[in-house]
Design a protein around this ligand. Sequence first.
Ligand code: IPE
Ligand code: IPE
Ligand code: MG
Length: 254
Amino acid sequence: MGVNCHFSLVKKRKNEKLISEIDKSNLPNHVGIIMDGNGRWARRRGLPRSAGHRVGAANLKTITEFASDMGIRYITAYAFSTENWKRPKEEVDALMQLLLEYLKDKKLLEGNQVRVKFIGDRSVLTDEIRAEMANAEAESADRTRTTLFLAINYGGQQEVTNAVKNIANKVKSGEISPDEITEDLIGENLYTDIPDVDLIIRPSGELRLSNFLLWQSAYSEFWFSDINWPDFTKEDFTRAISDYQARNRRFGGV
Ligand code: IPE
Ligand code: IPE
Ligand code: MG
């Protein structure tokens, strides 16, 4: 048996053991992850912030594959917010460069059953990044097990504002009347058809949404932890899911 083969078997058994702790009949359909704490992770190690972003990006692949093995259907990962442009140019450039590398890495999509889609305003991203995004979406389009939405230049307020503009135009052109504006119609005019998010995981110690999935989080459960995203493990993910399974979701009922 080759060394690689041995490692992948060990990894498979470990994943199976963790997943066996979870009640498969009560999985969250959609898990949101706010990948926070990369900068602090790097600072504590005396590394540049970009090093934290690099390890964080690699960790997304690990956690997504694991979540997919567990049976999670939808994952949304917050990678770059509409407010993150406020960061120093050097850091924004490093993040965009990393995004490009991440998208170009064919191994990202290899050997798993994860479909990739993007939410956010891509119009301001470079042609090269937009082309790679379209490529990743096309190449993974027929995967059915899990959909990974990567939120890039995403803001929940911008998403709702954009939906309101679309609907206003339809009213103006006479396509619909104001009475026809429903929650469903607003939902349909968001960036993409995305189910409500059942569980939002935010590591790094911050207790806020930071403009993530505002519309879709109306009845989300939250799971916070002090762990920085690059240190967030499959065990942590499993704990978040099992904590979620112990919650009593009432949706306003009794
Ligand atoms: C999250 O990590 C990644 C992005 C927002 C792009 P941060 O870069 O926010 O890390 P901290 O919060 O400064 O530690
Ligand atoms: C939220 O993290 C955005 C992403 C993880 C992409 P931030 O680090 O930008 O959030 P704040 O500024 O602490 O609220
Ligand atoms: Mg942060």
